[in-house]
Structures are given as C-alpha cells and as structure tokens.
Write a protein that binds this ligand. Structure first.
Ligand code: NAI
Ligand code: MG
Length: 497
C-alpha cells in the first residue's frame, strides 16, 4: 500500500495519482463505458484539473442497475446475514489498509484538509464495522393473537438502492449509504458527485476485494443531469438515498413519485448553535469554531448561525474573531486549519452572499473576501468570516451559504434564543452550550431539528440516527434506524388450529 509520503511525492512530481481509476465500476470490475467521453476532476487547492473520469450516460446507468438487480435476486438477498457481516467487516479492515490512498484522493478531489480526510476515511471504516455487527440482528416482532393464531414480522431488503452522493463528504456519504444497504441485503448503484468521483470508485473495488459478489455494489460516474437523473428515474430502482441541495432533492422526489420509489432526502441546513451566558466559554468557543470552519463550512450540519445571549455577545464574538483571524489557510495536503472551497462556481456563490451583505451594510467582524493559498497564490479560498448582529429575516440567517461564513444572531434570553433557533426553513441539527442541565434538555426538546448536540458540536457517531426536519428533508441515516430505511417490514399472520 502506498504511504501518504509516497503519494504526496507522486502528486508533486506528476500532478496526478496513477491509482485513480477511469471507468465505472460495474459487475465487479472497472468497466468500459458506452463511449469515450470523460470529465476532469479538479484539485480545489490548486484550481487545476488532476485526473479524468468517465462521463456516464443513461445506457451505463441501465447496465449498472441490471447488474445490481441480477445480483440482488440471484445472490445477495439470500446470502446468510453472518456471511454479509463477514464481508462488511473485511471491508472495514481493507478501508483502513488503504487509509492513505483514500484520504489523499479525498483531499485532492474535494480540497479538504488531509487531517479531516483521514478522519472521514476512519469514519467510513467504522461505519462498515458498525453495520457488519447489525447484519444478523435484524429481528422482527411477534404478536399475541391468542391460541388459534400466530403473527410475526420479518425485515426484507427493499431491493436495488440508488445513492446520489454530494462532493462535500464523498466517502463518508457513500459509506453511510452503502453499509446499511448491504447489511440489509440490498444491492447498490451509486452516482458520486462530478466534482469528487474517485473515493466511491475505490470503495467499490475495496468491497469487491473484501468478497462482495459481483454486481452487488456498482458505481457510475458523471453529471447529475446525464447520470443522476436516469438513475433516479430508473424503473428497476426500489429506493433512492439522496444527499444534496433542496432544489435537486425536490426534482429527485418528483421523479421518484412517478414510480412510487422510496426516498430518503438529506438536504442541508442552516443550523443554530445556541450559546447561553452560563456556558463554559472555552468549550463554547472551541465548539463554535469547529462547527462552522471544519471543511470550510461545506457541511450540511455545519453550525452556521451563532445564536448568542446578549449579556456575553460582545466579549464572545471578540474572542471568536481573534481565533478566526489566527486560522491558517492552505492546500489540503499541507494540513491547514481551513482548506479551499470545492469549485470556482461555489466560491462565487459564497462571495455573492457576502457582497450582497456588504451592500446592505453588514457588520463583518472577520474575513469577508475571496483569497488564495498564501504559499502558491492559487486555489479557491474564502476567508473564514463572521458577520455580526444579523436580523432573523436576512438571507444570511435563512439561506444555506455552505462556506466558511458564520452568521451571529443576538438573543435577549433563552426563550428568545429558542425563537431565533426555530425561525428558519431548515431543521437539520442544533447545538446548545449551557451549564444548566435542565435548560439544555428543555431547549433540546423544543428546537425543531433531527439531532441536537449539547456542549459538544458534532457529538455522536454512526450509532446515532441523523437526518432533518422541515426543508432539511426526511428519513434517517446512521444507527439502527438507518438500517430500517433499507428494509420492508412484512407481517405474517396464520391460523394454527
Ligand atoms: P446538487 O444537489 O445538485 O448535487 C448533489 C448530487 O446530486 C450530485 O451527485 C449531483 O450530480 C446530483 N444531481 C444533480 N442533479 C441531479 C438530478 N437532476 N438527478 C439526480 N441527481 C442529480 O448540489 P450542488 O449543485 O453540488 O450544490 C448546490 C448547493 O447544495 C450547495 O451550495 C449546498 O448549499 C447544497 N449542498 C448540500 C449538501 C448536503 O450535504 N446536504 C451537499 C452538497 C450540496
Ligand atoms: Mg475535484
């Protein structure tokens, strides 16, 4: 296995990595596409293309779905749960064996700092480990129908599952979809984002190396329009897990409605971090900083709104700004505090929010500009930014920016903080910092979000169900609840006398 040092050297010398695959992964191998059209993937830290991949078509998608359908019906749904478990456990070990290749690839493709990519890959291995342990514990219920009857449920796999994956957490999102789907006995066809196609392809090969039968996990690369749309519209797909924008999620849901295909939608957010005057200041400062600047704010569950109690507002934001100004920026491979954003188009979108805010007279207390890697003058960077004292109806408080921009909202007290926290179209997660145990749990009950973090933003792992309310979508991933998304409950009742 190549070490990170070897890979960095190879990239410095050749501008690419030879381990990156070109074709789709179909039927257990890298496949020839239906034509030779390719797309480029960019290294956001250098704003330069570094590898090519296949531009998939509806024909390629069809081949992948047929392969997954055949594998579902002839092999995987009837593979013993313990055997599925062994393969997923082996895959978890192989992901760790390939840690450096996967992490360096993820950093080049997405731009994220290498230490974060390493964390994502370890998280992906953990996800396979977790669901490996769940394969043979998918138990049903039995019902007390009296002496003449017997009644019970079984959890059947839903069938062929489509996974549409975004560019901000490519391997994490792939893992949190693939592992429970495979554990439940489903087969997979995935379409990674066109900005970050490679780790999903590498993951499919690793699963194959771990013993997954051919066709059980297929990956087709390409654009949303040419590859994603035909996959979600395919009549032989039984379930869609979609992670991405509200707009595309809406399109996917409408498409799914045609065939009554099941959907789980994970559509991002504008999550509040409520900081009350009685919090542990150090804990809250660290938490708020990580909540918004990790992955340059390109996290659906980023804590992008600081809702802070008035009495500590000035001091807290001052301390926070000092820390923000000290954050290092750089190419992901240099392990900076903050890396680039993923694309030129996305950088323009983030900058647009701040330009408009400036015109409205916004109080920008840190950052606020497009910038570059100080070492090379290249890359798509936006300075870590804080905009203070923003009104609840401002677009900065309502819309997902998906960049390193923290919006501050000032609350009179805990009740007002609750009101501000809920005054938003999204409801994915929320953070609460307070030393008052009872108040923390009162707020946790009343904030409309799918997951609440108390005194540690991003607390919890694969064990904890994750997903949104309101425009953040519906359905839950992770945890045993995530496994149930890939199952159909069948009830069986019989007369026995
Ligand atoms: P997007 O929702 O268009 O892309 C996500 C995935 O959907 C990609 O794999 C894309 O190829 C695919 N896709 C696009 N059109 C499709 C279609 N018609 N049918 C099926 N699949 C399709 O999001 P995009 O344009 O990359 O980002 C726009 C905004 O969305 C971001 O600025 C951010 O606010 C939000 N976003 C939220 C994410 C989250 O984690 N919830 C992840 C990525 C983006
Ligand atoms: Mg890329």
């Amino acid at each position: 296995m190549s070490s990170a040092i070897d890979l960095l050297k190879e990239y410095a010398e050749t501008g690419t990595l030879k381990a990156l695959p070109l074709g789709h992964f179909i039927d257990g191998a890298f496949a020839q596409p239906s034509h030779n059209r390719t797309l480029e993937s960019f290294d956001p830290g250098r704003s330069m293309a570094f590898a090519r991949f296949t531009a998939g078509t509806a024909e390629d998608v069809d081949q992948a779905v047929m392969s997954s359908r055949a594998a579902f019906e002839t092999v995987w749904r009837d593979t013993a749960p313990v055997e599925r478990a062994r393969i997923l456990q082996k895959a978890s070990a192989l992901i760790l064996d390939n840690l450096d290749l996967l992490a360096v690839t993820e950093t080049l493709d997405s731009g994220k700092p290498l230490q974060e990519a390493l964390g994502d890959v370890r998280g992906a291995a953990r996800t396979f480990e977790y669901y490996a342990g769940a394969c043979d514990k998918l138990q049903g219920d039995s019902f007390p129908l009296g002496p003449d009857h017997i009644g019970y449920t079984i959890h059947e796999p839903v069938g062929v599952t489509a996974h549409i994956i975004p560019w901000n957490f490519p391997i994490s999102t792939a893992a949190r979809g693939f592992a429970p789907a495979l554990a439940a006995g489903c087969t997979v066809v995935a379409k990674p984002a066109e900005q970050t196609p490679f780790t999903a392809l590498l993951l499919a090969r690793i699963l194959s190396d771990a013993g997954l039968p051919d066709g059980v996990c297929n990956v087709v690369t390409g654009t949303g329009r040419e590859t994603g749309a035909p996959l979600t519209a395919h009549t032989d797909v039984d379930h869609i897990t979609f992670t991405g924008s509200v707009q595309t999620g809406r399109t996917v849901m409408k498409t799914a409605a045609e065939e009554i295909t099941r959907v789980v939608l994970e559509l991002g957010g504008k999550s509040p971090v409520v900081v009350l005057a009685d919090c542990d200041r150090e804990q809250a400062l660290t938490g708020v900083l990580g909540a918004i600047y990790e992955n340059a704010g390109q996290i659906c569950s980023a804590g992008s709104r600081l809702v802070i109690e008035k009495s500590i507002h000035e001091q807290f934001v001052g301390d926070l700004a000092a820390r923000v100004n000290a954050l290092t920026l750089g190419h992901g491979l240099e392990k900076p505090d903050v890396g680039p954003v993923n694309s030129a188009g996305h950088l323009a979108k983030v900058a647009g929010f701040i330009d408009r805010a400036r015109e409205r007279g916004a109080n920008i207390v840190a950052g606020g500009s497009v910038t570059h890697d100080p070492a090379t003058g290249k890359g798509w960077f936006f300075e870590p930014t804080i905009v203070d004292a923003v009104a609840a109806d401002d677009e900065l408080a309502q819309d997902e920016i998906f960049g390193p921009v923290l919006t501050v909202q000032v609350a009179d007290d805990a009740d007002h903080a609750l009101e501000l926290a809920n005054d938003c179209q999204y409801g994915l997660v929320a953070g609460i910092y307070t030393s008052n145990f009872a108040r923390a749990h009162q707020l946790a009950r009343r904030i409309d979000a799918g997951q609440i973090y108390i005194n540690e933003y991003f607390a919890g792992g694969v064990e904890v169900p994750f997903g949104g309310n309101k425009k953040s979508g519906f359905g839950r991933e992770k945890g045993l609840e995530g496994l149930k998304s890939y199952c159909k409950t069948k009830s069986i009742a019989a007369r026995i006398t």
